[in-house]
Design a protein around this ligand. Structure first.
Ligand SMILES: Nc1ncnc2c1ncn2[C@@H]1O[C@H](COP(=O)(O)OP(=O)(O)OP(=O)(O)O)[C@@H](O)[C@H]1O
Length: 352
């Protein structure tokens, strides 16, 4: 990938972190793509649209982890920084351990590294500690069942294990991934989900009453009509808490989706469950293959594969912003065609 795309002298990609959705994903996608293409980038106004702009611990860990994997040089890599210059070298596989040190999302750090490790010289094992079930981030179960299933369909060989749950505010969760080199990802066409094979809900609680989990499952039963046989309440050990997560998994022939909600202080269990249920209902009614979140995360691997198509239930500002970042690093176009209940996302190579 690097040899084919890098030209001399190597241009620096200039990114505006306030553009579009203006969140941390602009930075994370840029890190991944910079590692893979070998193109350096400078980003200004990092997370300008967030209440506390600049690099937080989780983003800084993504930056440091990316730098460790490709021996990058960088400037301004510190908490609170609103700009960063990142100059990558070759990606090296190996054994890596990263501790976020807060409940910052470990899955988002993993997602920053994972595509790059497919282009490493040797296999890798990555352990990351931090939050594993955070609001506004992919829960570990989503990574394993939804995201990795599609990456594996594209030819990637990745093993993933959630070792320990981590919730806000205590963190302390841990996940581990083994990644084998796979420089030639296959393109995917996902316009049909195929038959539904299984559907189920899991409610996890740590250092909270099991009744919280049961009330969430009651909502799922009432709203989605799912049978008791597929509703599971899981008490976790107290030292992983306090924390609560609800996961709704829909496994179809060609895709698995996971809709989730994370319990928060002073938010009723019914309200927590309601959020995940609504997302699942929107997805089921749309007939789309992927939901909003999988839709924005699938774009980068497909762009690396050189193309692909999928239907998506909702095109978020996040997805559009991610598409713009990808197009700055790779010779691809990303287009969205809106239909009545779903949109078609097409990623295609463009002539350079
Ligand atoms: N419930 C969820 N399930 C799966 N993925 C999710 C879920 N919620 C958020 N995500 C994903 O997490 C990623 C991060 O999204 P978002 O932009 O909101 O955070 P961010 O950019 O990291 O924000 P911040 O700037 O505060 O760090 C996105 O790819 C989004 O699709």
């Amino acid at each position: 990938m690097r040899e084919g795309l890098t030209v001399e002298p190597v241009p620096t990609i200039e990114l505006d972190g306030s553009s579009g959705e203006g969140g941390g994903q602009i930075l994370r996608s840029a890190l991944t793509l910079s590692m893979i293409t070998g193109l350096p980038f400078r980003i200004r106004h990092i997370r300008a649209n967030r209440p506390k702009p600049g690099l937080m611990r989780q983003h800084l860990m993504a930056v440091r982890a990316a730098a460790a994997v490709c021996s990058a040089d960088m400037t301004h890599a510190e908490v609170g920084s609103t700009e960063l210059m990142f100059m990558p070298r070759a990606i090296r596989g190996g054994v890596y351990e990263f501790a976020i040190g807060t409940a910052g999302s470990a899955t988002l750090v993993l997602q920053t590294l994972l595509p790059a490790l497919l282009y490493a010289d040797v296999p890798s094992v990555v352990r990351i500690s931090g939050g594993t079930h955070n609001p506004k981030a992919p829960p570990a179960h989503f990574i394993e069942r939804a995201y990795l299933r599609l990456l594996q369909a594209m030819g990637a060989q990745v093993e993933f294990e959630l070792k320990r749950f981590g919730f806000y505010p205590n963190g302390g969760g841990e996940l581990c991934a083994a990644v084998w080199p796979c420089p030639g990802l296959r393109q995917l066409e996902l316009v049909e989900r195929g038959a539904l094979r299984a559907a189920g809900a899991e409610a996890y609680v740590a250092a909270l009453p099991l009744a919280v989990a049961q009330r969430e499952l009651d909502c799922v039963r009432a709203e989605l009509g799912w049978d008791d046989a597929v509703l599971r309440a899981h008490p976790l050990s107290n030292d992983q808490g306090p924390g609560n997560a609800l996961l709704l998994t829909l496994e179809s022939e060609h895709v698995t989706e996971v809709f989730s909600a994370v319990g928060e202080k002073r938010v009723r269990a019914e309200a927590v469950a309601g959020g995940a249920v609504l997302e699942a209902q929107r997805y089921m009614a749309s007939g789309a293959v992927v939901g909003e979140h999988l839709g924005d995360q699938l774009m980068l691997p497909l762009a690396l594969a050189g193309g692909g198509r999928y239907t998506i239930d909702h095109v978020s500002a996040h997805a559009i912003t991610n598409a713009e970042v990808i197009a700055q690093f790779l010779p691809v176009s990303v287009t969205f065609e809106a239909g009545e209940r779903r949109s078609l996302c097409t990623i295609a190579r463009v002539a350079q």
